[in-house]
Design a protein around this ligand. Structure first.
Ligand code: NAP
Length: 242
């Protein structure tokens, strides 16, 4: 059976993606790092709607932990594979570069960029064997445009776009697509400390986006109709910048 894995599927955009993918009939593996209650809530919501979901806790920034968790999942699912991988786990640690601590730089790069690498490398093996895969990397407008106060985050999200393009060319012959989605301002825990009333004036659409709007785009890229779309970065930002 083919599964979808959503890293950071416990909350926000990841939760909306997990729910959407489950609605398309895929059993979904919900990864998270610490928020047990939120992860259980996502799983419950999927099951209440008649879908299938399981939890898989691991810290994507830790290579051994990621390897162990995904290895154990594969051992307990010998006939299954993760055919849809959404690299969504991410954090913000904003600071002006002149004040930025090593820990602020490394934690953001380790989660977004290195987390993508550890998880994706591990899951490519079965996708390549099955000649089927969809990899969707959640980048950001910050990675396209660069945002002051986010040198760490803009770097990690821009690098993710580079990795998306390179990997897409490596695996296209095996019918695996790799794309990036670059959201602008989306309502979630990550943006709850921002001044939405002020910032939405910058957005031509006049509002922040909804997690479910990002999820709809991801679900399209994960589906059969998107088989010829690869190595792309698709913005979803209300016209803020493209
Ligand atoms: P969020 O509400 O803060 O949720 C973050 C998710 O990532 C949580 O599920 C969290 O798990 C998980 N996570 C964090 N560190 C992790 C780690 N080391 N290992 C595994 N999981 C980890 O964020 P969001 O707004 O939904 O953002 C989701 C993605 O979209 C991120 O990559 C973010 O950079 C990107 N994005 C967001 C926006 C926006 O405006 N919101 C815009 C552009 C891009 P726990 O629940 O266990 O903590």
């Amino acid at each position: 059976m083919k599964y979808a894995l959503v890293t950071g599927g416990s909350r926000g955009i990841g939760r909306a993606i997990a729910i959407r993918l489950a609605q398309t009939g895929l059993p979904v593996v919900i990864n998270y790092v610490s928020n047990e209650a939120a992860a259980a809530e996502t799983k419950n919501e999927i099951e209440q709607a008649g879908g299938q979901a399981e939890l898989l806790k691991f810290d994507v920034s830790k290579p051994e932990e990621t390897e162990r968790a995904l290895g154990e999942w594969e051992d307990s699912h010998p006939d299954d594979y993760i055919g849809v991988l959404v690299n969504n786990a991410g954090i913000r640690r904003d600071n002006l570069m002149i004040f930025m601590q090593n820990s602020e730089w490394h934690s953001v790069v380790d989660t977004t960029l290195n987390g993508f690498f550890y998880t994706t490398r591990r899951l490519l093996k079965r996708m390549m064997t099955r000649r089927d895969g969809r990899i969707i990397n959640i980048s950001s407008l910050s990675g396209l445009k660069g945002l002051p106060g986010q040198a760490n985050y803009s770097t990690a999200k821009a690098a993710l776009i580079g990795a998306t393009k390179a990997l897409a060319q490596e695996v296209a012959p095996r019918r695996i697509t790799v794309n990036a989605v670059a959201p602008g301002f989306i309502e979630s825990d990550m943006t709850k400390d921002l001044n939405q009333d002020e910032l939405k004036k910058l957005v031509p659409a006049g509002r922040f986006g909804k997690a479910d709007e990002v999820a709809a785009l991801v679900a399209f890229l994960a589906g059969g109709d998107a088989a010829y779309i690869t190595a792309q970065t698709i913005g979803i930002n209300g016209g803020l910048y493209s």
